[in-house]
Design a protein around this ligand. Structure first.
Ligand SMILES: [Zn+2]
Length: 390
C-alpha cells in the first residue's frame, strides 16, 4: 500500500482508486461533506494519482517527482483555487497555497481565517470566485495542453462560492471539456451550488472522521501526548482541521483552566473571587464566552457519564480524568443535571445580550448550591432587560 497523507476516508479513497485504475475518471467531481474532513487533501491525492509515473492500483505512489510536485502544489498541470475577497493581492493567495503545500488540512481559506496570523475570526468581506477568475484565468489555463502530456486538474475549493455569473462561466468550461481534463469541486454547503453545476458533477460524500482516527493522526503529526490528542479529537466533532486548530491554540488550554477555576470559586462561594471571574468573563467577546460555556458543559457531561458508568473511555476530557474522578468521589450529591440546565440557560442568556457579569455571578451561586446537592431555581431575567435577579 503506498503511503498517503489522507486521514481515514477509506470508502472515498477506494472509489477514486477504482475510477483512476479503470480509467473511468469523470470530467468533474463534487466532493461534499463537513469542513475539515479531508476533501481538499483527497482532491490533491486524486491529482497525484492521475499524474503519478508509477501508480499502484489507481493510487499515487507518493514518491515519484510528479507525486511530490502535486503534493507541494508545484505541478504545472494542477491548479488549486480558492474564493477570495475582492482585490486580494496575488501574494496573499500564494502565501496560503504555501501553507497548504505543507499540510493539505491547514485552515487557509479567507472566510474561516481572514487573518493568517490568527486562527478563527470572521471575514467582513465577501469571499467568492469572480467571474473573471473562472471565465478568463481558469479558462485560459485549461485551454493549454498539459505541460507533461498527462491530465490537467483544476481543484476549486469551497465551490459553493461560485455565484451565478461565475458559476455560469464554469458551466461553459464543463460543457467543452478537454479529453484529459478533470475538475474537482469541494464544498461543505453543496446545496448552495447551482443545480446545473451539481448535476454535471459526480458527487462523492465525505463523512466526519471517527475520533480515534483524528486522535492518532494528531498525536503523530503534532507530536502530542495521546491523552491530549484524544481530548482534542473528541471536541473537534469529526473535523481534523478543527482538532489541529484547537490543539494549536492557547485558547483551548487557557479556557479550560479558567473553567476549572470558575467551578472552584463557585463551590467555595468566595464572593471576591466570583466577582473577579465574572468581571473577566464580561471583558471577553461573545464567541470566547460561548466557548467557555461550551467547555463547562463538556466537563459537566463528562462528570455525569463518569459518575453513572465509571467508564473513563467515555470521557471527553480524558487528560483531566483525575479531577473528574475526584469530583465524583468528593461531591457524590452534586446535582449534575441541574448544573447542565443552568449552563444551558446561561448560554441562551449570553445570546440575548444580558449583563454578563451579573449572569455569571448568579450562575456561580446556583452552581455552588447544586454542587452541595441543594435544589436550584435557575437564572431568571426580566423581559425588560432589567439586570438579572436570582
Ligand atoms: Zn507517483
Amino acid at each position: 500500500m503506498p503511503e498517503t497523507v489522507v486521514i481515514g476516508q477509506k470508502r472515498v479513497l477506494q472509489t477514486i482508486a477504482g475510477a483512476v485504475g479503470s480509467n473511468r475518471v469523470p470530467h468533474a467531481y463534487l466532493f461534499y461533506g463537513p469542513d475539515g474532513v479531508g476533501k481538499r487533501a483527497v482532491a490533491i491525492e486524486l491529482a497525484a494519482a492521475l499524474l503519478c509515473s508509477s501508480p499502484f492500483e489507481g493510487m499515487s505512489c507518493g514518491r515519484c517527482s510528479a507525486c511530490i510536485r502535486v503534493r507541494r502544489l508545484g505541478h504545472p498541470d494542477v491548479k488549486l483555487m480558492m474564493p477570495v475577497p475582492k482585490d486580494t493581492p496575488v501574494e496573499a493567495i500564494s502565501e496560503r497555497l504555501q501553507l497548504l503545500a505543507g499540510d493539505p488540512y491547514a485552515t487557509v481559506d479567507f472566510e474561516r481565517r481572514p487573518n493568517l496570523d490568527s486562527i478563527g475570526g470572521t471575514s467582513n468581506k465577501q469571499v467568492m470566485y469572480s467571474v473573471d477568475t473562472i471565465g478568463k484565468d481558469l479558462r485560459r489555463e485549461m485551454s493549454f495542453k498539459p505541460v507533461e502530456g498527462g491530465y490537467k486538474v483544476a481543484i476549486l475549493t469551497d465551490a459553493d462560492r461560485l455565484r451565478t455569473e461565475a458559476a455560469n462561466a464554469f458551466l461553459k468550461l464543463l460543457e467543452e471539456p478537454g479529453s484529459k481534463t478533470v475538475f474537482v469541486l469541494t464544498s461543505d454547503r453543496p446545496n448552495r451550488l447551482l443545480p446545473t453545476v451539481r448535476s454535471r458533477c459526480q458527487m462523492l460524500r465525505f463523512d466526519r472522521l471517527p475520533d480515534e482516527e483524528i486522535a492518532s493522526a494528531i498525536a503523530e503529526r503534532l507530536n502530542l501526548p495521546s491523552s491530549t490528542a484524544k481530548a482534542v479529537a473528541r471536541m473537534a466533532d469529526g473535523s481534523y482541521s478543527r482538532a489541529v486548530d484547537l490543539a494549536s491554540s492557547e485558547e483551548l488550554f487557557s479556557t479550560r483552566s479558567a473553567v476549572l477555576e470558575f467551578m472552584r470559586a463557585a463551590y467555595t462561594g468566595d464572593g471576591v473571587q466570583v466577582v473577579d471571574h465574572a468581571e473577566r468573563l464580561q471583558r471577553m467577546g461573545r464567541d470566547p464566552l460561548k466557548f467557555f460555556l461550551q467547555l463547562i458543559l463538556g466537563w459537566l457531561r463528562d462528570l455525569l457519564l463518569y459518575r453513572s458508568t465509571g467508564d473513563k473511555t467515555l470521557v471527553v476530557n480524558l487528560d483531566q480524568i483525575e479531577s473528574i474522578h475526584s469530583f465524583c468521589q468528593r461531591l457524590p450529591q452534586a446535582r449534575l443535571e441541574s448544573m447542565i440546565d443552568l449552563v444551558e440557560e446561561a448560554s441562551d442568556l449570553v445570546e440575548r445580550n444580558v449583563n454578563v457579569k451579573l449572569c455569571f455571578i448568579v450562575l456561580a451561586q446556583e452552581l455552588g448550591s447544586a454542587m452541595r446537592g441543594n435544589p436550584v431555581g435557575g437564572l431568571v431575567v426580566s423581559l425588560s432587560d432589567e439586570p438579572l435577579i436570582a
